[in-house]
Structures are given as structure tokens and as C-alpha cells.
Design a binder for this molecule. Structure first.
Ligand SMILES: Cc1ncc(C[n+]2csc(CCOP(=O)(O)OP(=O)(O)O)c2C)c(N)n1
Length: 411
């Protein structure tokens, strides 16, 4: 303690050129965290918000009370979805670099969260995703070609060219529109969950934000409403260590884990290894069962790492060590699941290579199909005259005037 007040400015543990340092991350060994019954008193499980639920151990075995005891086939399917998400991302990144789409965001290193939670939720549950949940869109039935066409803003774009690339939605899949305004999905999810409870349904809502977005006012409004009304909602915080160039300490992760954000309001928090598909699945099922039986909201913090750049617009070598992901103690979720299956005798390098080839072909075929509806550089293009359609029930006069002015410019 000093004799006068001082301001604390958070600093990341390593910047470019430094040796990566994750000593700030508190880890629990796999299997070490207990699994309470879902009707446990919230005050009795505060410890779950600073432990780390893990199922896969360092020898690739599934251990402990949270082990969901999957059949091998279920895990092979999960691996397939993770691989598809990664291959899709790779191709879209390439396509952006070729100038055929304007922007892209990868989910490299975070894929297991979307897939595990897709497996744990029911189709009738409503998802309010953030922009790194592409795996969840795929898992819940959205076609590769439709996601590609959205990024292309072409004539098959679900958003009809009115959104940035990656801001998908799907009514059929119960996937709410992604918003560029960070955190807005949280109040939406809580409101939807409250409505579901009022109607006496057993559908729950789930939403996702990054660590940085927990500093948004919307996060705090939503969490307060969820706590007061005990809304049936799962509030996920994806702590991938970085918010563009700002490390997680800037959003308040230095002194208490993000999972503890709701404790003061009586919302249980669980901190989970976000790179362990089995652990994420088990924790999500726990929170979903609780919500469906009137137990109210749960905050889940997924500890993970953003393996790629924030988006196609930044260069991470300017703000963090190049080899930081390699040093991340929770590894790569794809490799961990693959190694688990191999160590159990349910997968092989040969099967893996064959599946990768098959998925690459699927993604390439979808890309060929998507281009038929137009790219940014080659038509067909959307008709600009439709720009304001479906925005208002009745287009306001000033927009009608603007539409006419724009079309006159085109002539
Ligand atoms: C309200 C608002 N403020 C700022 C931004 C600019 N912005 C876009 S992404 C981002 C970082 C978000 O980081 P985080 O929530 O940790 O999610 P991550 O990208 O790491 O998944 C920022 C600051 C924005 N889109 N919306």
C-alpha cells in the first residue's frame, strides 16, 4: 500500500517480442471441480466461478464428475462440426484476401464452444449470438452456401445487402441477427427468456458476448433484469483474452473472473475450459436444465484464446506476441478432441485426413454455388431500388425521396 491514492492502468502480460506469459490464468486440473445438483443454493457454489471445469486431461482422457460420457459416434460428429467451422473460416478468410468480400471474422480456437452448446441446447431454444458463433449457425442447420451469400451481399443474401458480412440470422434455426453493436444481444436474450417464462414455455434463451463486451452497459442492464426476474437464460462470456488490441484486464478481468460478474446479484457463475468440448457441453446442460426448471439464469465464462486476428481489419502481431496461441495452456479445441478420440481407439490420422478432404470439398462446392448469385467484383448485383424495402411497414417520405435521388444518379 502507498501513502496516497493512485490509478491502476492494466497492462497485458506480454506484448510483441515478449515471451508469452499466461501465469495470470488460474487453472484447475481436469476433474477437480465438483458438480452440484441443479437445485443447489447459489451462495453455496460461488467457488464454481473461480475454479475451471475441465473434463479432458493432459493424457486426453475424459475424467471427473462433469464427464458427459458421450458415445464415440457423438464425439466423431462433434469433431466433424468443429473441422467444418474451421475449414469454412479458412476459405472465407482467403476469399476476403482476394477482394471478393469486404470483411470477415474467424472463430479459430473457439469453435468447440459453438458446437458443444449447439449440442446441449434444444432446437426450440432461442440463440442471440455474437460474431464468432458461426459454428452454431452451421450446427443449427444453416447452409454453408447461405452464410457465404450473406458475406457476398449478393442476390441470395438473407440480409439483402443491408448488413456487413458475417451478420447472419436464421428464423428457422432460432438464431437472432448478429449485431455489430457490442452487447445488444444480451438484453434481447433476457427479454425473450422472460417472455418464454410468461407464456409458460420451457424454451430457454442463450446469448454470447466477448470479454471486452462485458464492459458495455447493455451487459449490466441485461444481467440485472435476468437476476431480478430469474429469466430462463444462459449468459455466455467468451473470454478469449483479447478485445481487438485490448487484453481482458481492461474489461475488468484482472481481479475477479468474468464468471463472478453475477454473484452479487445472485446469479451463479461457472468458469469452464472453453477448449474442452466435453466440459462446455456438460456445463451448458447443467445451466439449461436449471433454467428450464425455474432455477433462473447462469453465467458461463468460457476460457479460451482467439487464435486468429480479431477480424480481417487488424494485425495482431502489432499488439501481442506472435507465438502466444502456441503457448496458451488450454491448447487447441480441435486437436484436443481429435487426440481424445484417437487415445480411446475411436479415430485415426487416416480417418482424420479423409474427413478433412471431404469437408474441404463441401466448402469448395458451396463457394462455387454461392458465386452463381454474385460476388462483390462480378455480378449479378442486388437492385439498389430495393434498398429500403422491408425496413419500415410503410416507407417514410424522406426515404422515398432519397431512393428517387439515388436512382436518378444511376441513370
Ligand atoms: C458498442 C460498440 N463499441 C465498440 C465497438 C468496436 N468493436 C468491435 S469488436 C470490438 C472488440 C470486442 O471484443 P470482445 O467483446 O472481447 O469480443 P472478441 O472480438 O474478442 O470476440 C470492439 C471494441 C463496437 N462494434 N460496438
Amino acid at each position: 500500500m502507498s501513502t496516497r491514492s493512485r490509478l491502476h492502468i492494466p497492462h497485458p502480460s506480454a506484448r510483441p517480442g515478449d515471451t508469452p506469459d499466461f501465469s495470470y490464468l488460474e487453472l484447475s486440473p481436469a476433474g477437480a471441480v465438483d458438480k452440484p445438483p441443479i437445485d443447489v443454493r447459489v451462495r453455496d457454489i460461488d467457488h464454481l466461478s473461480h475454479g475451471l471445469v475441465r473434463v479432458l486431461d493432459d493424457e486426453h482422457k475424459a475424467v471427473g464428475p462433469w464427464n458427459p460420457n458421450f458415445e464415440a459416434r457423438e464425439l466423431q460428429v462433434a469433431l466433424r462440426w468443429i473441422m467444418l467451422t474451421r475449414i469454412f473460416d479458412e476459405r472465407m478468410q482467403q476469399i476476403q484476401r482476394q477482394g471478393r468480400i469486404s470483411f470477415y471474422i474467424q472463430s479459430l480456437g473457439e469453435e468447440a464452444i459453438s458446437i458443444a452448446q449447439g449440442m446441449a441446447l434444444r432446437p426450440g431454444d432461442m440463440c442471440f449470438p455474437h460474431y464468432r458463433n458461426q459454428g452454431l449457425y452451421l450446427y443449427r442447420g444453416c447452409k454453408l452456401v447461405d452464410l457465404m451469400c450473406q458475406c457476398l451481399s449478393n442476390t441470395r443474401d438473407m440480409c439483402k445487402g443491408r448488413q456487413m458480412p458475417i451478420m447472419y440470422h436464421s428464423k428457422d434455426a432460432n438464431m437472432f441477427s448478429i449485431s455489430g453493436n457490442l452487447g445488444t444481444q444480451y438484453p434481447h436474450a433476457v427479454g425473450w427468456a422472460m417472455a418464454s417464462a410468461i407464456k409458460g414455455e420451457d424454451h430457454i434463451a442463450a446469448s454470447w458476448v466477448g470479454d471486452g463486451s462485458t464492459a458495455e452497459a447493455d451487459f449490466h442492464h441485461a444481467v440485472t433484469f435476468a437476476a431480478v426476474y430469474q429469466a430462463p437464460v444462459i449468459l455466455n462470456i467468451i473470454n478469449n483474452q483479447w478485445a481487438i488490441s485490448t487484453f481482458q484486464g481492461f474489461a475488468g478481468g484482472e481481479r475477479r473472473p468474468f464468471a463472478a460478474r453475477g454473484l452479487g446479484l445472485g446469479i451463479p457463475g461457472i468458469r469452464v475450459d472453453g477448449n474442452d468440448l466435453l466440459a462446455v457441453y456438460a456445463v451448458t446442460v447443467w445451466a439449461a436444465d436449471r433454467a428450464r426448471r425455474g432455477g433462473g439464469p447462469t453465467i458461463i465464462e468460457h476460457v479460451t484464446y482467439r487464435g486468429a486476428a480479431h477480424s480481417t481489419s487488424d494485425d495482431p502481431t502489432k499488439y501481442r506476441p506472435k507465438d502466444e496461441w502456441d503457448a496458451f495452456p488450454l491448447g487447441d479445441p480441435l486437436l484436443r478432441l481429435k487426440n481424445h478420440l484417437i487415445s480411446e481407439g475411436h479415430w485415426s490420422e487416416k480417418q482424420h485426413a479423409a474427413l478433412e478432404k471431404e469437408l474441404r470439398a463441401d466448402v469448395l462446392n458451396a463457394w462455387k454455388e454461392a458465386q452463381k448469385s454474385g460476388t462483390m467484383t462480378e455480378g449479378p448485383y442486388l437492385d439498389p431500388a430495393t434498398m429500403f424495402d422491408d425496413v419500415y411497414a410503410e416507407t417514410p417520405e424522406h426515404l422515398e425521396i432519397q431512393r428517387k435521388q439515388m436512382l436518378a444518379l444511376e441513370d
